[in-house]
Design a protein around this ligand. Sequence first.
Ligand SMILES: [Zn+2]
Ligand SMILES: [Zn+2]
Length: 236
Amino acid sequence: MEKFKYNITNLFLDLLYPENNCCMICGYWDEKIGKDYICRECFLKIENIKGHRCKVCSKPLVSSGDVCLECIEEPKVFKKLFAPYQYSGILSKTIKDYKYNNKAYYYKMLGELLYKYIKGKCIDVDIITYVPLHKNKKRKRGYNQSELLAKYLGDKLNIPCEKLIDRVVDTKAQNQLNREDRKNNLKNTFQYKKDLQDKNILLVDDVYTTGTTLNECSKALLKAHANNIYGLTLGR
Ligand SMILES: [Zn+2]
Ligand SMILES: [Zn+2]
């Protein structure tokens, strides 16, 4: 009888949450998947960033130095970027689907990956925030992928998640520009919304490429007197 009751409960939960136990990438169903929304096989295809890294931006380093050339040439105002995975292969495809192919529901799977990675890190965070989209772009896409991840993390970590930055200029997509143009493209794009005296901020984005976006957002947070700013992205 006990077993029967258990199965009925499971059946009920499956009806209520059909996405539970199902891998969002390949559709494989397994009770072990639960609320990870990713099967073991797909998870193992995502590559960790291994070895010696830049202490600021987590870029893998071949030399023995502490800081990479990019961070020396364009100093970062955030304290450290946390990024667990290489932005390639299955992860880059998944993130592109998440952003450009209307798969907003991926936020649960990707948020859970971020949560599992960041929860063990000893960083002192008062507010979680995210890289904003301009309102025109958000209206077009329907959602801000970084906002969904940040809110998921806020709920799981029990830390308030707030919009702290406005994107006041509708800029060109960064991925179509070179490094120098990326910097100019984003000048004066971000504005802080309120004073953040002594607050430590975790700034979430989906991917870190040249770091210009994260750095420009961090500058806006510094103008609001934030204390430490940490970046968090899935990949880089
Ligand atoms: Zn899978
Ligand atoms: Zn670096």
